[in-house]
Design a protein around this ligand. Structure first.
Ligand SMILES: [Zn+2]
Ligand SMILES: [Zn+2]
Length: 430
């Protein structure tokens, strides 16, 4: 893949763009099809140009719609006990949790594994099918923003890993029968990833609007930040618009997202979410996450004892994965966001590149903590043999789900441009 830095060449004819992560204005280099444009200061990806991405993204999304239907209509896994087969669908697992009074957990699982993947596939089709037929998509602005939310909160890939862990755990209890939805979910996961990586957002806006929209014509030269020139960069579509510091109600003229020079009260909101997550991290690890009652008595499992169980039963690769996803990642995420927020509070000027890298890693790995929530959901839905054994979700499961959601909110509230605001400005190379 070709990687281009945005100040590789210097011709005044090249359009000015602002980096969404560090806010530096720079002149855009030529990007060949399949190439990537990176920020010359923070190395954030500014633009990936897709060759024939349009048709491919549409085809992947249409196939994903069909697979979503299959994934939700058929059972995922079943347990064969004494000749009886107990099976569960995805919505069946949600229903069992809801019935047991675990509605926050049921809601979280419904949104991240059923609703958001559907919106991901439908939103892509909604935007790209009319364009393919040379028409304008209706309400492209709202659907585009919805698609961005759906990509953040759709977690099909984490669900797949959760199902794998659950199947291994269940194999110790009874014989596991895989259902058709397990395979279609795996294919759905791949198609959603393929559709979103083939989706060229800039090319889509070009086709909707007919011409590229750049910076306002009288923008001062590059090498300064957009905020210093009174330019707001849209968090969603990347469009640059002239704004003022005190204008709170400015909307992006292209996608309708709220615009601000910096996210309002970014650091105080980040700290609030972070402190709440750190407090809930304690009960999430100390209280039982799962209650098992059987003929041989009742057993309460914490997250750590679940890891120990996997380790002793010989599934040590899964034990390591669950340990990393459920115990290490949430704790490291709280520490990493705390470090980013504290250094931004102190207006630290050093190590900006490393801090920007930490921010990107936090955004990338945070979602994997949902793993244990999905494992619990599948176990609870399947192990419901009232006489022999029943598994219920424990109070720690809700606390743990809240930690995952709160740390995701904390990462979303943090404005990465604060990392660079105290850094010395970098002049564009002559
Ligand atoms: Zn940058
Ligand atoms: Zn926008």
């Amino acid at each position: 893949m070709n990687t281009v830095t945005s100040d590789d060449r210097n011709e005044d004819a090249r359009p000015l763009i602002a980096c969404h992560e560090c806010d530096l204005m720079q002149r855009e280099g030529f990007v060949p099809p399949g190439g990537t444009l990176r920020c010359c200061r923070c190395r954030a990806v500014l633009y990936r140009r897709r060759g024939r991405g349009f048709e491919r993204a549409l085809a992947f999304a249409l196939a994903a719609c069909v697979l979503w239907l299959i994934s939700n209509a058929f059972p995922i896994v079943g347990l064969a006990v004494n000749g009886d087969l107990v099976e569960t669908t995805l919505i069946g697992a949600v229903r069992v949790l809801y019935r047991d009074g675990m509605w926050p957990l049921a809601g979280l699982i419904f949104v991240t594994t059923i609703l958001m993947p559907a919106l991901q596939a439908l939103g892509t089709v909604w935007l790209l099918l009319p364009l393919y037929l040379n028409r304008r998509p209706w309400r492209a602005d709202a659907v585009f923003r919805l698609l961005r939310v759906a990509r953040n909160w759709g977690m099909t890939e984490v669900l797949m890993l959760g199902l794998l862990v659950a199947v291994v755990k269940l194999a110790h209890i009874a014989s596991v029968v895989t259902g058709p939805a397990l395979w279609s979910l795996a294919a759905l996961m791949l198609l959603l990833v393929a559709a979103s990586s083939a989706f060229d957002e800039r090319a889509m806006w070009m086709r909707i609007e007919g011409s590229p929209r750049g910076m306002p014509a009288d923008t001062p030269l590059a090498g300064r930040t957009a905020a210093a020139s009174g330019i707001c960069v849209c968090h969603d579509c990347g469009l640059s618009t002239r704004g003022t510091l005190h204008h709170d109600h400015l909307l992006c003229p292209r996608c309708g997202a709220r615009l601000h020079l910096r996210k309002p009260a970014s650091l105080s909101r980040t700290w609030a979410y972070l402190i709440a997550a750190a407090i809930l991290y304690v009960p999430a690890n100390l209280l039982p996450v799962m209650n098992t009652s059987s003929l041989f008595g009742a057993q309460k499992d914490t997250i750590m004892s679940g890891v120990a169980y996997l380790w002793h039963s010989g599934s040590w690769p899964l034990a390591i994965i669950v340990f990393i996803a459920s115990i290490a990642v949430p704790m490291l995420k709280i520490l990493a966001i705390g470090y980013l927020a504290a250094t931004a509070n102190l207006r630290m000027t050093q190590r900006s590149v490393q801090r920007a890298r930490i921010y990107r890693i936090v955004e990338l790995v945070g979602r994997w903590s949902m793993l244990d929530i999905y494992v619990i959901a599948v176990l609870v839905a399947l192990v419901q043999f009232s006489a022999m054994a029943t598994i219920e979700a424990g109070p720690a499961a809700i606390a743990f789900g809240a930690v995952v959601v709160l740390t995701m909110f904390a990462a979303m509230s943090f404005d990465p441009r604060l990392i660079w605001d105290s850094a010395p400005p970098r002049e564009e190379r002559p």
